[in-house]
Design a protein around this ligand. Structure first.
Ligand code: SF4
Length: 190
């Protein structure tokens, strides 16, 4: 993983170039006034189905992340988005240990991207694919405070963002081919 390379004079176009390094397989900036992100309660319902096991068990996931209408409002207030995808090779998709490791690597990539944002940049929201896996067991389970609140990044699914719809609309490959795993991340800003 390369160093963060933050420079406090960086604009989002400069950050985009940095984002393209590391594990990133795709990255682009979109104007949300022209092509808004589709958000819906349906996506949150996937969280509630708890396929990932983090619903009610992680500070970055529902219900701890907050009500869906508040999350969608938080997304909708931004006019631009930098979207990126982390790509990883795996041997077998059912190699759960390896898959879990790639989620952790993706979230490290998202943290790397977040660290590129200048300290005096305006308001922004950074989201990742999947609930935070920074700790082996999230402190939420024991009803303790988050151990790394400054670096825990919420999942875009918890904010109701339909990333599948986004990818289809912009011709971005969403589903990874056999032997690979793809995860998305984004910076929302003005
Ligand atoms: S940093 Fe640890 S305690 Fe905080 S949300 Fe992530 S896994 Fe949970």
């Amino acid at each position: 993983m390369p160093s963060t390379g933050r420079n406090d004079t960086m604009g989002m176009e400069d950050i985009l170039e940095e984002v393209r390094k590391g594990d990133t397989g795709y990255a682009a900036i979109f104007d949300l006034r022209r092509t808004p992100l589709m958000c819906s309660n349906m996506v949150r319902q996937f969280c509630e189905n708890n396929a990932c096991g983090k619903y009610g068990a992680n500070w970055t996931c529902p219900p701890a992340v907050g009500p869906i209408d508040e999350c969608i409002s938080a997304v909708k207030k931004y006019s631009k988005v930098l979207v990126f995808r982390s790509d990883y090779k795996i041997n077998e998709w059912y190699d759960y240990e390896k898959v879990e490791e790639t989620i952790g690597r993706h979230q490290e990539n998202v943290r790397r991207v977040r660290e590129l944002i200048p300290k005096d940049a305006g308001d922004h929201l950074v989201l990742s694919g999947g609930g935070c896996v920074r700790c082996k067991e999230c402190a939420y389970i024991r009803k303790e405070e988050c151990r790394h609140p400054d670096t825990a990044i919420p999942p875009l699914e918890a904010y109701g963002i339909d990333i599948f719809h986004f990818a289809k609309k912009h011709g971005v490959v969403y589903g990874a081919p056999e032997g690979e795993m793809y995860y998305f991340g984004m910076i929302l800003y003005d």
